[in-house]
Each structure stands twice: as C-alpha cells, then as structure tokens.
Ligand binder design. Structure first.
Ligand code: HEC
Length: 162
C-alpha cells in the first residue's frame, strides 16, 4: 500500500499551507478538471499544461475528476489580479472524487502549499506530487502564467456582481 511505503521511507514533507476551515462556503471561481490519464492533448498544448496533466494523471485511478476552485471571500479582488496577496489562506482547488483539497496560502507575499482530505487531515503522503516542494516547482516556474503563486484564469461570472 502506497501509504505505508512512503511513510516507511520517511521521505515526504508535510503540508506548509494550513487547512482553511470553512472553505466549503468560499465562492467558486472556476470549475475545472484533473484530466484522465489517457487524455490525448492537442499537439500545440503548452508544456505547462502538459506537465500539469501528467503530474496528476494518477488521480481517481487515472480516470480524472472535476476540480473546483474556491477563493477566500476576503481575497476575491486579489485573486482577480493574481495578487499581490495579503497573509492567510488564499485559494483551494478541490479534486472532487477523491476529496483532495489543495491549499495555497500566502505569508509575507510568498505562496506556500498544502494538501489535505476533506476532514483536514494532511494527505501529502498519498503521492509524491502532493509534496509542497513539488507544488512550488510548477507554480513558480511558469511565471508567465502563474503570478504570485496562482495559475488559474478565474471565470469572470463570479465577478459580475462586484
Ligand atoms: C505541474 C504543474 C502543477 C503542479 C505540480 C501543481 N499545480 Fe496547482 N495548478 C496548476 C494549474 C495548471 C492550475 C490551474 C488549473 C485550472 O485553471 O484549471 C493550478 C491551480 C491551482 C490552484 C487553484 C488556484 C490557482 O489559480 O492557482 C490551487 C489552490 C493549486 N493549484 C494548488 C496546488 C497545490 C497545493 C499543489 C501541490 C500539492 C499544486 N497546486 C501543484 C499547476 C500545477
């Protein structure tokens, strides 16, 4: 079993971002997807998207999952412009089928990452791609797309009433 294996190697790092209680009620800014492992991407797909799809193709045993992105209501305006961000939990991406809650938090302008189950238990040990360092590598490498640690293009509907 994967849990025991990784645990006994003791090689995984725990979440750095804290679990934000009440995220279930945060406004949804985007409904997205963890794509299934057998997805054939168009030839002109950016390297960033290719890597993102590949990194999480193990989710739901390779069958993919809806991904819901919710933003801390106090940071909606900040998210719209990809920051700059004030301190505290900023945004979660929830892989719905397996209930994996990805958290991006900001401290002193810097983004930190974490992964939890829906009950707030750290589930970093589930897979190497859940380690904060792995999150950071992707979220900070692609600076043209990810700004201040956030990568999604928020859907404008959420902002219509504002
Ligand atoms: C290989 C690249 C890659 C890795 C690794 C990665 N992400 Fe992301 N992340 C993305 C992409 C691409 C999006 C935008 C998804 C969309 O718009 O559908 C995203 C979106 C997010 C969001 C939604 C908010 C936003 O706009 O950024 C959160 C929260 C998030 N990731 C947290 C994490 C956490 C926590 C980890 C590690 C457990 C992680 N990510 C690892 C590429 C990555």
């Amino acid at each position: 079993m994967v849990f025991t294996l990784l645990g006994s190697m003791g090689s995984y790092a725990a979440s750095m971002a804290s679990y934000p209680k009440g995220w279930e009620n945060w406004p949804i800014v985007k409904e997205s997807m963890n794509l299934p492992a057998d997805t054939v991407l168009p030839a002109d797909t950016s390297l960033f998207i290719q890597e993102s799809v590949r990194a999480y193709s193990w989710i739901n045993e390779g069958r993919g999952s809806p991904l819901t992105i919710r933003v801390n209501p106090e940071k909606l305006d900040q998210y719209k412009t990809h920051g700059p961000y004030t301190d505290g939990p900023t945004v979660v991406a929830v892989s719905e089928i397996q209930g994996i809650v990805w958290v991006t938090e900001h401290i002193g302008g810097m983004a930190i990452y974490g992964s939890y189950d829906r009950n707030g238990n750290d589930n970093t040990a589930m897979h190497p791609s859940l380690e904060p360092q792995f999150c950071e590598n992707c979220h900070t490498t692609y600076k043209d797309i990810c700004k201040n640690g956030t990568c999604a293009e928020p859907v404008l509907d959420t902002y219509k009433d504002k």
